[in-house]
Design a protein around this ligand. Structure first.
Ligand code: CP
Length: 320
């Protein structure tokens, strides 16, 4: 098996064969999830704790479903009702839960790097469900699976990532993953929402949507991350939609069979026209949601295999 990671904290440390291994396994889980009976025992006897310090619909629900379909005991920590509200730190919270012997910890946190820090303090496998503007690895993996299923490959595709790049962990993880898999990448958005040094990332950078979308195979729209903005980055939502919102006229610049993606949640009429988002001939947004469950099942399955192997080696060493 080509997947050696102890945790899934980001795309950065993953080698291309590890990404392919995970996507290939996720294909099996897509098939399982379409059956009437969706159960496997890949995580039987294991305990999964989900800790979401930021709001989530897709990621939280799909990690919970993924764990349950794989037979794990799944506990969702209710952060709003926890001792975090009395001032307990992230690390103390993690150490407390670690003492209950979880096997998998799924964490979303508003601070970049918080999940990596937590992973150093616990004995179980940690999965990053999104940390600040740093990484959202399972989102990039589910996006990759969606693209691979729609286009048959990940290499030699022109992928345009559009909108609020600067505040987006989704953009960062996708840039890393698609770059490793040899896609051609373009970033499109206002200069105020472009990360410093974007032009040095080996990608093409455009301010004009019509130019940037020319001949694209994949159009990936991003949400305006208002919760991470500390000032005015756009003149107005109306002006933003006019220049950077995806409508039929702008989409016509991409290839006729280009797919439209959005990680959600969407602001219809701000970054994307609702008709395009709902067009089943162009939009793969609901496929992304479906792939999210399968990718999270594959990620937890692979980490659990590595965890069992590690524990097996440790037990053998103790006996020797
Ligand atoms: N794409 C994504 O992370 O959505 P949620 O915030 O709803 O989990």
């Amino acid at each position: 098996m080509t997947f050696r990671a102890r945790h899934l904290l980001g795309i950065e440390p993953l080698a291309p064969p590890e990404i392919t291994t995970l996507l290939d396994l996720a294909e099996d889980y897509v098939e399982l999830n379409r059956r009437t009976v969706k159960h496997s025992d890949a995580l039987a006897g294991m305990t999964q704790i989900n800790m979401f310090f930021e709001n989530s619909t897709r990621t939280q629900a799909s990690f919970e479903l993924a764990g349950k379909r794989l037979g794990a005991d799944v506990m969702n920590m209710a952060v709003a009702h926890s001792s975090v509200k009395k001032g307990e730190t992230l690390i103390d919270t993690a150490l407390t839960l670690n003492a209950m012997h979880p096997d998998l910890l799924v964490v979303r946190h508003p601070q970049s790097g918080a999940v990596n820090l937590l992973a150093e303090k616990v004995n179980c496998a940690v999965l990053n469900a999104g940390d600040g503007r740093h990484e959202h690895p399972t989102q990039a993996l589910l996006d990759a699976l969606t693209i691979r299923r729609a286009k048959g490959r990940l290499h030699r595709l022109t992928v345009a990532i559009c909108g609020d790049i600067a505040h987006s962990r989704v953009a960062r993880s996708n840039l890393l993953l698609l770059g490793k898999m040899e896609s051609r990448l373009r970033l499109i958005g206002p200069a105020t929402l472009m990360p410093p040094g974007a032009a040095d990332l080996g990608v093409e950078v455009f301010e004009d949507m019509n130019e940037g979308l020319e001949g694209a195979d994949v159009v990936m729209m991003l949400r305006l991350q208002r919760e991470r903005m500390d000032g005015g980055f756009i003149p107005s939502e109306r002006e933003y939609y006019h220049r950077w919102g995806l409508d039929a006229e702008k989409l016509a610049r991409a290839k006729p069979d280009a797919i439209v993606m959005h990680p959600g949640p969407m602001n219809r009429g701000v970054e994307i026209d609702g008709t395009i988002a709902d067009d089943i001939n162009r939009s793969v947004i609901q496929d992304q949601v479906e792939m999210g469950v399968a990718v999270r099942m594959a990620a937890m399955d692979l980490l659990a295999r590595n965890l069992r192997a590690e524990r097996g080696r440790a037990a053998a060493e103790q006996m020797a």
